[in-house]
Design a protein around this ligand. Sequence first.
Ligand code: NAD
Ligand code: IPM
Ligand code: MN
Length: 368
Amino acid sequence: MANPSLLILAGDGIGPEVMTEVKKIIDWFGTKRGIAFDVSEDLVGGCAYDAHGTPLTDATMAKALAVDAVLLGAVGGPKYDNLDFSVKPERGLLRLRKEMDLYSNLRPAQCFDALADFSSLKREIVAGLDIVIVRELTSGIYFGEPRGIITEGNERVGINTQRYTESEIARVARSAFELARRRNNKVCSMEKANVMESGILWRQVVQEVHDKDYPDVELSHMYADAGAMQLTRWPKQFDVIVTDNLFGDMLSDLAAMLTGSLGMLPSASLGAPAANGRPKALYEPVHGSAPDIAGQGKANPIACILSFAMALRYSFDLGDEASRVEQAVEKVLADGLRTADLMGPEGGTPVSTSAMGDAVVAALDASL
Ligand code: NAD
Ligand code: IPM
Ligand code: MN
């Protein structure tokens, strides 16, 4: 049987730096565990624009649709800030998400014990935290029409539209309920039903899906602004949070600081199961291209490494191997290794991006 296929789109800024560390781990699985992947690489984002005048070529899009899983680094950067909107690096990523129909974006926020003192919140608030934000990823205000900048009278008007169909809400709600059943069986749905019609529909549909098919799961509803407050007040009250595209984007960056650093947060973007039972999938860190530290060996590769662990779990049924990677990460953190984003008064051993990757590989070796 052919090896499972992976398409690596490292992208811009720190994307290629953190992806280099993931490639060490992919190689480790090939040589030490006999789990080999057919890996191909291509361009996305600003680097694709530089090479082809577009942030994602049709050929790369076709490859992404054909492989078992896509691993993405990050896109964007100041060099591309003034490009026409249609060819901005971020459009490449959004096209991948839309055309692969990756409607369910799992963004776990787990606080490793070794980092509990490093979070901007007190240890007792974050220690042991393990929540997942399920972000709707292919609709809402990111994609709704009408959109654009128009002229009305003598001034410009910027327009975006929040739009959700009931089936779009229902499918992401199902994904959250299914996930909750494999965890602590609790879902909190966040919207702004007090001010937005799309929020009213969101709340109704999530409740209907729950009552019909998931009555065993504990469901609550919260306004997203109050949800942001509760996430910082007592985040351990949550298990799975399901929310729309824009709220999910913001709440997951907020959740990053519960874990210590944005450099720690992985994500899995999943579509509906295909004929082989597996979903179309793209795995990427929650963080961006971090132009302020790019090219300096300072980036934390853990978010990208943990995203690969999610690929092992969700695309390749290798949950035990995913746990092996997660435990290796936990070990290097417990050993005190810290990239620059994790350095604080608590101290630790400062390491570069590549030394952190090497240490995870060494911890994987030690796990055998
Ligand atoms: P960012 O996530 O790139 O950086 C925010 C801050 O977090 C910076 O101070 C950065 O140094 C730090 N940081 C991020 N990742 C880190 C890591 N792995 N290790 C250590 N520190 C890390 O967000 P931004 O600055 O708002 O955006 C920069 C560019 O990235 C923009 O073009 C944006 O559109 C893009 N972006 C892309 C993605 C993606 O590709 N999925 C996600 C977010 C932002
Ligand atoms: C993310 C990013 C993206 C988003 C951008 C780069 C398109 O912020 O993945 O969180 O807004 O979804
Ligand atoms: Mn974001």
